[in-house]
Design a protein around this ligand. Sequence first.
Ligand SMILES: *Cc1c(COP(=O)(O)O)cnc(C)c1O
Length: 424
Amino acid sequence: MSDYKLGLDYAQQQDALDELSSYRQQFHIPKDKDGNELIYLCGNSLGLQPKSTKDYINQELEDWANLGVEGHTHAKNPWLPYHEFLTEATAKLVGAKPIEVVTMNSLTANLHFMMASFYQPTKDRYKIVIESDAFPSDKYAVESQLRHHGYDDKEGLILWKPRANEELLHYEDLEQILQTHGHEIALIMIGGVNYYTGQFFDLKRITALGHHYGCKVGFDCAHGAGNVQLDLHDSGADFAIWCTYKYLNSGPGSLSGCFVHERHAYSKDLNRLTGWWSHNKDTRFNMRHEFDVLPGAEGWQLSNPPILSMAAIKASLDLFNEVGMERLTAKSRQLTSYFEFLLKQLGENVIRIITPSNPEERGCQLSIQVLNADRALHHKLTEAGVISDWREPDVIRCAPVPLYNSFEDVYRMVEKLKEILNNN
Ligand SMILES: *Cc1c(COP(=O)(O)O)cnc(C)c1O
């Protein structure tokens, strides 16, 4: 921490030393009306567009124009197995085996499909644990699963809460919940990186704890995938899901990734919701066969997928694959710690960072509380060309993304914030 220095010169020096700095040129950086690049710190909400994406999508548009239905087998990248072109890079990205991952559907839909298999309540064991400040869609989804199975969505839901006047969660409190209620809990479903605080949980520890008490364990890694090293296989989690439009830069509303641990790969008796895309590829088009489920995560697919969206995912994964999460995380830690260092110069009585200060317990996002701030501050930041994200009641989330953000971006953001605070 103390190695960092103040001043624009220093930021520019760090960019010159950064071996990943050239990747910024591979992205479209949004500009203001005068053509100046905005300071985009919102990759945790919608990642920027790689310049290569257009070509990847155009390839599929051309093949569709030229080949029609024949594109399923004769396109340059045939559409029938298109999702397989994403498997290896996805597995590497989240630390999984190829058989454990698939790209399909959207995120909340996948959460439901995973719960169809991994939330199997019984009279005595039907409760679900989530974080108290889970992403609303996840909370709505688990509540609706409780109701779907005939349980009360308040009584059946156990919240893992922060202690009074704190935001971050303590593992001891989850252990306490399990000690008291473990025998009643069917599923623990936690955001791998909390969207609000940026706290990156120890997935392995939570999984071991849940499994010890006989619960299934799943993670929503929407804020983890492409941001932190997830090691999903080693975590032992039963399932995980994530979206590809945040850190994975695959475009608004793009498809979701899904992980099912290898230990479930060949289990034919797991309850699941199925469609023709979960069926054995060799006999799928016989159209009459008895259902024969595919092994691994692929066996949870339902539909033939949207190729245009998958092409955008492929464009992005090719970049991630080239860089690798190791180099990306190394830069991320530098960039975010530098950001933290600069913010602290504004005075710890004015700025409070609720994200963990330990780099092992966070990704690139910092969630910042500014003394007495309201939405107007966020508005002023936006006017000043800083794209960040406001969460009620008083948190600004900023994510310097190592693939396309620079040390200079971070420096300029803090300068703008300082200016706004001084003029208040
Ligand atoms: C972004 C996000 C969502 C959004 O869900 P969609 O189904 O993609 O609209 C859900 N959960 C979490 C944790 C998220 O971060």
